[in-house]
Each structure stands twice: as C-alpha cells, then as structure tokens.
Design a protein around this ligand. Structure first.
Ligand SMILES: C[S@@+](CC[C@H](N)C(=O)[O-])C[C@H]1O[C@@H](n2cnc3c(N)ncnc32)[C@H](O)[C@@H]1O
Length: 311
C-alpha cells in the first residue's frame, strides 16, 4: 500500500486538501489518528473515507471533495490547516532554512495560511528562524493574529503595516534573506541575491478553484473595465516586487498569484527582472531544475521572454 500518489482523475476533479500542521504533530501521527477514526489510505475519488498523502507537497493530505473539516476537532485545535495544494507551493518553493539565523518576510500575510506554513517549515523540527508577517488591513490583521495563535506559530512577528512603507534599510530587517510576495497559484521563484521573503499581493483571483482558504479582498471587487483593473493590479504587483528587491540582504523572493492572466504572472516577472532594482541586486529567474524539478509546467511559453524558461 502506498500513501504517496495522486488521486486518479485528479485533473477532472479537485480533492479537499488539508495540510498537517507539523508545529502541532507529525504527519505519521495524523495518519494514525485518521485511520483510527475510520478513514482509509485509498483513493478519495474511489471511497468517500479515502485519503492520500500528496506527492509534491510534504505533509499535505487529499480527501474526497465531500469531506468537510470546519467542525473537525483536529481543525479546531489547529492541527489541520485547510489549505489548497496551489496555495502550499509558495512556502515550499521559498524553503527558508530551519535555522536560528533564518530571517524571512511574508510581505502580504492575511489570513495567514502561508505564514503558518513557513513557520512550520522553519520551526517544525525544533529549530526556529524568525518570520515578520506584514498585513496592511486592520480587520484582516486580526484574522491573521488569531490564525497564527491557533496554529501555535511561536517564531512569527505579525506587523500591521503597509509593506510599501517599510524602509528596506531599517536595521530590524537587515538580516532578512527570504521574501514571499503572494498572489497564489503559479508560484515563481525569483532569485534575488540577498534574503528570504514571500510576496503574495492582491490579485484578480481568477485562478481560484476552491475558496476554502481564501478571503476575497473588497479592493479587487470593483466593476471597472477588466483590462484596466488587471493593468492596475499588475502595476501594484510590480511595485511590491521591486520594493522587495530593495532589501539589501534578500537572496530569494517568491512571487505567486491566484490569477490565470499572463499580465499578472509572466508579464510581471518579465518586467521586474528587467528593472533597475533587479539589475542592482542582481536577481534572476530561478531555473526549473532549482524549483520543483518534479513539476512539469512553468508558465505559458508564448508569454515568456525566453520560451525555454517554460521547459
Ligand atoms: C492574497 S492575500 C494573501 C494571502 C496569504 N498570503 C495567505 O496565504 O493566507 C493578500 C493580502 O495582502 C494584503 N496586502 C495587500 N497589499 C499590501 C501591502 N502593501 N502591505 C501589506 N499587506 C498588503 C491584503 O490586505 C491581503 O490580506
């Protein structure tokens, strides 16, 4: 029996994904508990009680789409995080080291699924790094702090601030080496010679197939012309990435979106890589060999400056 495989017909139907919060327990413990509750290690599309361990994302389980977890005791206790597979890629790609000297910025954090994922990747083995979680919206900041507390994230400092107003030369952030700039689905790693940071800014949300872990932002729900709206969002995303590139210690930036529009994805990456900020650092696009080599797709070849980057 193998637990590590994709459910059959996974392109046609989307399973319910649940990430095991390794700050609370191990995947092995979670699997044992699920089996003791009548779940079986089998294809969730064949059996409503079946579940599998995902083959690409460590500690991610897939269940039948009918399985609900909102009343589940493991979810309520923060042991399970309801998080789509697509939304798990950015933290795995950023992969900050689980060391005391690891400093990370999650530039756009609420509701905090990726923040708690990063926290688990950094601290799950008893080692801790330090993670600054920025969120500019007051209400969403409250959700973020509640979520981080339920997940037991001890190495995170949530900050209610607009990332664009944070001074890259502030000594407090001088040790940051990794950044996440988020926007969800197609996770792209930009190699910024410096620190770790995650960038997940506001996007059109056009690629969201399962709203389980996503809170829609009112700011992107306007009725304006679609093309203008996408242009505005792309301009904002470019600002965010270029700002991330100005932090002197940053070595690696992950930018991801929940959009299917090239204008918010490939075009943003292309423009930021051609910027003065990218040249000054310097930053370049990480190759598929460095980022999820087992994942076959890299963007839309026709939308890339160099179509071979898609291979
Ligand atoms: C797509 S959501 C992030 C989802 C989050 N990373 C997660 O996985 O749970 C984008 C968030 O970024 C926040 N945001 C947008 N622009 C920001 C800025 N300039 N500084 C800080 N937060 C910002 C929004 O309020 C929103 O909560």
């Amino acid at each position: 029996m193998t637990l590590f495989s994709s459910p059959r017909n996974s392109t046609a139907r989307i399973p319910r994904h649940v990430r095991v919060n390794t700050l609370a327990w191990s995947t092995e413990e979670a699997v044992k508990s699920l089996i003791s509750r009548g779940f079986t290690a089998s294809d969730p599309f064949e059996s409503p009680k079946g579940f599998l361990i995902d083959e690409h994302i460590p500690n991610l389980l897939s269940f039948s789409p009918q399985t609900t977890f909102h009343e589940d005791p493991f979810y309520k206790a923060g042991k399970f995080i309801l998080q789509d597979k697509a939304s798990c890629f950015p933290a795995v790609v950023l992969a900050p080291p689980a060391r005391d000297d690891s400093f990370v910025i999650d530039a756009t954090s609420a509701p905090g699924n990726k923040t708690s994922h990063l926290s688990a990747l950094m601290g799950g083995k008893g080692k801790v790094g330090y993670l600054f979680a920025f969120e500019r919206d007051k209400k969403r900041f409250i959700t973020l702090t509640a979520m981080l507390s339920r997940a037991g994230c001890k190495n995170v400092e949530p900050v209610n601030v607009d990332f664009l107003t944070v001074d890259p030369l502030d000594p407090k952030y001088s040790r940051v080496t990794h950044m996440l700039v988020i926007h969800h689905i197609p996770a792209r790693k930009l190699k910024f010679i410096g620190a770790f940071s995650l960038l997940d800014p506001s996007c059109s949300g056009s690629g969201i197939v399962n709203r389980l872990d996503y809170l829609l932002e009112t700011e992107i729900e306007d009725d304006g012309d679609q093309e203008d709206r996408l242009k505005r969002l792309a301009a904002f995303q470019i600002l965010m990435i270029k700002h991330a590139m100005r932090f002197p210690g940053v070595q690696k930036i992950v930018y991801s979106t929940c959009s299917v529009h090239a204008i918010e994805n490939e075009h943003v990456v292309r423009e930021t890589l051609n910027s003065d900020e990218a040249r000054a650092a310097p930053f370049s696009l990480a190759s598929p060999k460095e980022v999820l080599p087992q994942w076959p797709r890299r963007g839309l070849p026709d939308e890339l400056e160099d179509p071979s980057e898609a291979l």
